[in-house]
Ligand binder design. Structure first.
Ligand code: PLP
Length: 374
């Protein structure tokens, strides 16, 4: 892979030291061109672009996501964001019992069930704010657990969870597993079948380089006949253009979880981002990102920063967290120097991707030592 060529796809990188992919992937020339193509089609064809072209792009996008995660296209639904995907999935089955998540998960995961009066949400605790060991989930999962819903990569530490081990634990107790892979898809080679998860959510915004407005829900095919969403819309109907208001016949595949008109401009941007990922391949991206993260981690550790990210590189993805007393002030001072990172409570969050360079990592470390010494 020619990483310098890949880097030239992202104009932002010529102006900024952009180390914030875990918040928002950089905009590629390809995504911009794809959105322009969408606008041209709109102008040229008006509504007939729907049938002839746009719905084809939506299907092509489902197919690309399926390739990235090792699923079948019929196992992927497109929704506007992860929260909506959780709402549809969470509406299936008995609306009572418990759901097990981790304290370290992105809040929208537990919120999806906290809002439902019939559910108790149990949060597995982390002893160090970096990982949540399997033993923390163990006592929480019982015969009433409907879902073990947790992250593939934690957004606050970059730690990778052993999703296959979590699936085994949940399945032994009769619970299903939902993996929030927003911080993983694209940067971690993934095969949902090998992970053994029942459902998997992810989105375009970050490591898939697709921008806001699209999320993807994988549900394994064996569950399509079993799960019946209590939320419905015409895109979930087998024959939506029959306009049959008298009966709702859902799709027989994962499209039953879709609801209304997709954000088509966002689908175009995401589809172009997926092309970049498929061309580079998650395997090569993982090797490249890993090398940058190793460099970043070691430089920061060697000058004495307290890092809330696993030391073992097999356990960490493209996020490094630096514990600081005033992370917001550090992020602001770095931005003034053209270095873009972000913060979460008590931590500065740095997330290099394949399009970054060792020089940028060095520039960041030099700058943080000046603005917020260890
Ligand atoms: C792990 C994780 N899950 C989910 C989300 C977003 O959820 P939604 O698409 O509902 O905004 C984010 C970040 O934006 C995230 O980091």
């Amino acid at each position: 892979m020619d990483w310098a060529l890949a880097r030239s796809e992202f104009p932002t990188l010529q102006r900024k030291t952009y180390l914030n992919t875990c918040s928002l992937g950089a905009l590629s020339r390809r995504s911009r061109a794809a959105v322009n193509r969408f606008l041209d089609l709109w102008e040229e064809h008006g509504a007939s672009a729907w049938y002839r072209i746009w719905l084809g792009e939506v299907q092509a996008t489902r197919e690309k996501v399926a390739r990235v995660i090792g699923a079948e296209p019929g196992e992927v639904a497109i929704l506007p964001n992860v929260s909506s995907a959780l709402a549809v999935l969470g509406s299936c089955g008995p609306q009572a019992g418990n759901v097990v998540s981790a304290q370290m998960d992105f809040p929208t995961i537990p919120y999806a069930w906290m809002a439902k009066p019939g559910f108790e949400v149990r949060l597995a605790k982390s002893p160090d704010g970096v990982r949540t060991p399997l033993e923390a989930y163990e006592p929480l999962v019982d015969g009433e657990t409907r879902w073990v819903a947790t992250s593939h990569v934690f957004y606050t530490s970059g730690a990778i969870q052993d999703a296959a081990a979590l699936s085994r634990l949940a399945h032994k107790r009769g619970a299903r597993v939902l993996l929030d892979a927003y911080q993983a898809t694209g940067q971690l080679p993934t095969n949902v079948r090998e992970l053994g998860v029942d459902a998997y959510v992810t989105g375009g915004l970050k490591w898939l380089l697709g921008g806001p407005g699209v999320a993807f829900l994988y549900v394994r095919r064996e569950l399509h006949a079993e799960l019946h969403p209590a939320l419905a819309g015409w895109f979930g109907h087998q024959d939506q253009f029959a306009f049959d208001s008298a009966s709702f016949r859902p799709h027989l595949n994962a499209r039953k979880f879709e609801m209304g008109t997709p954000a088509t401009a966002a689908v175009y941007a995401a589809s172009a981002g997926l092309d970049l990922i498929l061309e580079a391949t998650p395997e090569a991206i993982r090797r490249r990102t890993n090398a940058l993260v190793r460099d970043l981690y070691e430089r920061l550790r060697d000058v004495g920063y307290d890092l809330a990210t696993p030391e073992d590189e097999r356990e960490r993805a493209g996020i490094v967290m630096v514990r600081l007393a005033d992370p917001a002030a550090a992020v602001k001072a770095l931005a003034a120097e053209g270095i873009i990172v972000d913060h979460r409570p008590g931590r500065v969050r740095v997330s290099p991707y394949f399009y970054n360079t060792e020089l940028e990592v060095e520039r960041f470390v030099d700058a943080i030592r000046r603005v917020a010494p260890p």
